[in-house]
Design a protein around this ligand. Structure first.
Ligand SMILES: Cc1ncc(COP(=O)(O)O)c(C=O)c1O
Length: 381
């Protein structure tokens, strides 16, 4: 009997900690020493560093990626009677914040090559809602799925033409870029998540918002702290408790210092997969003149489940992001609108398969995974 290899981790946070242990431990110890657990100095330090990394502007650190999306919509006054356009092929947080505010998610299809919002589908959905007349088109959220920035060049003019607030859900794409700039500078507002498995992740929940607009950033700061004005109990708007913990900011500072190097390492893993798979499968799209943040390396195959099962037998974990588009989830059955066909999203949900992806995957391992995926595809799994 042949022994099966020990299972690989899908994402290896322990290897990252082994590399960064002295810096992370020192950062945590410094917070324990000064004791300012809420809005300590590391929060402002992180905000400045995030803004610089993204190419300027303002960063506001918040409690999670979901908080970031929620606060961004609250700051625009989105609520009852408003339509917010969002791809159906995304993580639930992108749409749930719309419902939490009493607005209606209007689902839009994605481009099969990028898995990101399809601009023509957005335009058709906005026109359909405007013509139907019962909802006000107010905002669009484009998602940078798997770390690939959405097509903001095509989406931004549509948003502008229809007077929509354009929010980038960059939960998976911080560090990514297109020829027009880095994630954080590609849309009027960008939401980030620092969930541990993200390209920049903390050790719990965390997130941030990025913008060039100082007034918008000031509204975000107020909303994340219960709608505070100038004084502590000067409450000028409805807000939430949406602050990032000081400890998480401190950990993120240590991790941000190696983000560039980690993005390069992710690119090496992606390159190894590309080489191993050759023409056997549709490989993930890359931004022209830009950078993929490689939160996930996701292939598409009609024999997805069989490939995943065969890889599992060989100790190679995979993941499916996402097995069901949101418009087919029971929670959205009565709360969403679907004025345009969503066929691509429905098809992708049966085809996508994400391979192990993290900066500490060694070259031999990525080559072996690539070879096993190729063998599974060629065998019809
Ligand atoms: C596309 C997308 N949007 C939003 C979120 C929400 O982020 P968080 O888990 O930090 O609330 C995630 C997290 O997985 C995500 O992938």
């Amino acid at each position: 009997m042949t022994e099966s290899p020990a299972p690989l981790p899908f994402i290896d946070l322990k290897a990252q900690y082994a590399r960064l242990k002295p810096a992370i431990d020192a950062r945590i110890a410094a917070v324990l020493e000064h004791g300012q657990y809420i809005m300590g100095p590391e929060v402002a330090e992180l905000e400045a560093a995030l803004a610089t990394f993204a190419g300027g502007g303002h960063a506001v650190a918040v409690g999670s990626g979901t908080d970031a999306l929620l606060i961004a919509l609250m700051a625009e006054g989105i609520g009852r009677g408003d339509a917010v356009f969002v791809p159906t092929f995304t993580f639930p947080a992108t749409a749930e914040v719309i419902c939490l505010l009493g607005a209606v998610p209007v689902f839009v299809d994605v481009d099969p090559a990028t898995c990101n919002l399809e601009p023509a589908s957005l335009e058709a959905a906005v026109e359909a809602v405007a013509n139907a007349g019962h909802l006000r088109p107010r905002a669009a959220i484009a998602v940078d799925l798997y770390g690939l920035p959405a097509n903001y060049r095509a989406i931004a003019p549509i948003a502008e033409r229809h007077g929509l607030f354009l929010l980038a859900d960059g939960a998976q794409s911080f560090g990514g870029a297109t020829g027009d700039g880095r994630v954080g500078s590609l849309a009027p507002a960008t939401a980030l998540s620092f969930f541990p498995a993200k390209p920049l992740g903390c050790y719990g929940d965390g997130g941030a918002l990025l913008t060039d607009d100082a007034e918008r950033a000031a509204r975000w700061r107020s909303i994340r702290a219960h709608g505070k004005g100038n004084g502590k109990y000067d409450i000028v708007r409805i807000g939430v408790n949406g602050r990032l913990d000081t400890l998480q900011a401190a950990i993120l500072m240590a991790k941000l210092a190696v983000l560039e190097a980690e993005l390069d390492a992710r690119e090496c893993v992606a390159g190894a997969y590309d080489r191993a798979l050759g023409q056997a499968v549709d490989r993930p799209a890359r931004p022209a003149n830009g950078r993929h943040a490689w939160a996930q390396y996701t292939i598409r195959t009609p024999i997805r489940d069989a490939v995943a099962a065969r890889l599992r037998e060989r100790g190679i974990p995979t993941a499916i992001y996402y097995p069901r588009p949101l418009h087919l989830q029971p929670a959205y059955a009565e709360t969403c609108e679907t004025p345009v066909p969503l066929d691509t999203s429905e098809a992708l949900a049966h085809q996508v398969l994400s391979l192990p992806m993290h900066p500490y995957l060694e070259a031999g391992e990525s080559a072996r995974i690539g070879a096993e995926v190729l063998a599974a595809l060629e065998a019809g799994a």
